[in-house]
Design a protein. Structure first.
Length: 254
């Protein structure tokens, strides 16, 4: 399955300005106080130069391209729509690994498609769109699963999230340590997010359901190297309308 390809990269501030313009176009936003008007003005000029923001601060509407692909403004508008309408949000936060510490991939999932959002530690956000559940699930595996990962074996290992420095010895030197969080936005009552801690590498793969931050010990269980792909497929297919369990059925639990 081919990887999703980013169509635009923005700073986190640029994305926030576009989100505000998008909400205002829907009549759902109020003007927010700005800490740095000069910086905000520079951001707005940059977005105007890229054809994404109008002179009065509105979101540029996409133009009809006939049989061709949508223009950049149209695709950005579609991505903002998907992010706002997401039925499920999956956050893959890489805590330790070959990529920059703090890098993350976020899947905003709806029944019609997904917006894949990559964030780096410098505040850059790359956005991609996809309608194929397999491609979207594959993007999650691509973000986390190292090529040297093998099946986990042995007994469950208790770990403390505030003592991650002890994990290499306890889990045979994982290449990647990550946290997966599944959020259900827009619910009438708060829904506790599902949080799973993962350790993946040549010494085996391990997964365990984590509580709220600060709750203490997590019991990591050995899992097959295919665990992440299987759980990602179930979760994404459920949210995007394909057969599978619903978002509340624990698809990201061990």
């Amino acid at each position: 399955m081919s990887a999703v390809v980013p169509f635009v990269t923005l700073t986190d501030v640029e994305l926030a300005v576009l989100e505000e313009a998008h909400l205002q176009s829907l009549g759902e936003a109020e003007d927010r106080a700005r800490q740095d008007p000069r910086s905000d003005g520079e951001v707005r000029r940059s977005l105007r130069a890229r054809g994404l923001l109008t002179a009065d601060g509105g979101l540029v509407a996409g133009t009809d391209q006939g049989d061709g692909p949508p223009d950049l403004a149209g695709v950005v508008g579609l991505a903002l729509d998907v992010r706002l309408a997401a039925d499920l949000v999956v956050v893959a936060h890489r805590l330790l690994g070959p990529q920059a510490v703090g890098s993350a991939r976020v899947l905003h999932l709806t029944g019609d498609g997904a917006c894949v959002e990559d964030l780096d530690e410098d505040g850059l956000v790359s956005l991609s769109l996809a309608t194929d559940p397999g491609q979207v699930a594959g993007s999650l595996v691509e973000a986390l699963l190292p090529p040297d990962a093998v099946d986990g074996t042995g007994e469950p290992v208790p770990v403390r999230p505030d003592a991650l420095g002890t994990l290499p010895a306890a889990l045979r030197g994982p290449t990647v340590l990550a946290e997966l969080t599944v959020l259900v936005p827009g619910e009438p009552a708060p829904v506790a997010p599902t949080r799973v801690l993962l350790a993946l590498g040549p010494g085996g793969c391990w997964a365990g359901r984590a509580g709220a931050p600060g709750d203490g010990e997590v019991l990591l269980h050995p899992v097959p190297a295919s665990w992440l792909a299987d759980r990602a497929a179930l979760t994404v297919e459920a949210a995007m309308g394909a057969p599978g369990p619903g978002p509340g059925d624990g698809t990201m639990e061990r």
